[in-house]
Design a protein around this ligand. Structure first.
Ligand code: FAD
Length: 248
């Protein structure tokens, strides 16, 4: 028989998220819409890292709590009671870091994950493109609709394309970008590239979207991504990265 009650551990996590929402989010939630430079949001993310919320799904050995999807959902639900944008930013950060947990080498995880769990930094998943997000998400399209092109340049990758709607676009530490070597190659040419914020060039120059609400979750329309990615940090099935799990 299936049980739908939360375990004691899950109830404790729910309590922690509820208390965090009451203490840290609700008292300042009304000010978020005017938080144009993101300082208020930054402080909340740092506090979320201190109590272990930001690194919830990250394995223990990288400073996280190794929580399940159910536990992560419980936490996002509680945070959203205080502010939907805080909950979205944290959930979107987990989305962006998932490929790192799935495919990065131990050395890459040791380098990238602790700043996310420990220091209150966010991650951004840049997947959607102007021609349509559903087509990129749809497995039946076999990645043929991706128009962000990556090419090798010496020891680096050069990425060129346009992305829209990525949450945490202006304030992330890492950017996970969905790209392709050649759209005609379909899944075989597709890849995920992790770009540290410091390596981004035009990425941050495009205009910030003024949303009706959720101003705290930064969302941007990129005019273009032109990034020289130092070192090869790419996972895909293209000839540049022969298999998804064998990150160079
Ligand atoms: C607040 C917010 C945050 C977001 N955060 C991120 C993020 O962090 N990273 C990121 O990469 N993207 C993000 N997105 C983008 C989101 O993933 C896309 O909006 C979504 O994938 C849909 O793509 P689209 O908007 O281009 O719509 P389209 O793909 O153009 O679809 C438009 C409409 O057509 C329908 N449709 C499309 N294809 C079909 C079909 N084959 N059959 C029937 N109906 C169809 C869709 O259901 C939809 O109603 C975010 C969006 C929002 C609103």
């Amino acid at each position: 028989m299936l049980g739908f009650t939360l375990s004691e551990e899950q109830l404790a996590i729910q309590k922690l998220a509820k208390e965090f929402t009451e203490k840290e989010i609700k008292p300042v939630a009304a000010k978020f819409e005017k938080d144009e430079d993101g300082k208020l949001a930054e402080a909340i993310f740092k506090k979320a890292a201190e109590v272990g919320i930001l690194g919830l799904p990250i394995p223990n050995e990288y400073g996280g709590s190794d929580a399940s999807n159910v536990e992560c959902s419980i936490v996002l639900e509680e945070l959203a009671v205080g502010c939907g944008a805080i909950s979205t930013s944290i959930g979107a950060s987990w989305f962006g870091q998932t490929p790192i947990m799935m495919a990065a080498t131990t050395e890459q995880r040791q380098r990238w994950l602790p700043p996310l769990t420990r220091d209150g930094n966010l991650c951004c998943m840049a997947m959607t493109e102007p021609a349509g997000g559903s087509a990129i998400e749809n497995p039946h399209m076999h990645s043929k609709t991706i128009r962000t092109i990556v090419r090798a340049d010496g020891d680096d990758y050069v990425i060129n394309g346009t992305k829209i709607w990525p949450s945490n676009s202006t304030n992330s530490y890492l950017y996970t970008v969905v790209a392709t070597v050649n759209p005609e190659l379909g899944d075989e040419g597709s890849c995920l590239i992790v770009i540290p914020a410091l390596a981004l060039r035009d990425f941050l120059l495009a205009n910030q979207l003024r949303k009706w609400e959720w101003m705290l979750t930064s969302t941007q329309r990129y005019s273009s991504i032109m990034s020289q990615c130092p070192g090869r940090t790419c996972w895909g099935r293209s000839e540049m990265a022969p298999s998804y799990c064998n990150a160079p």
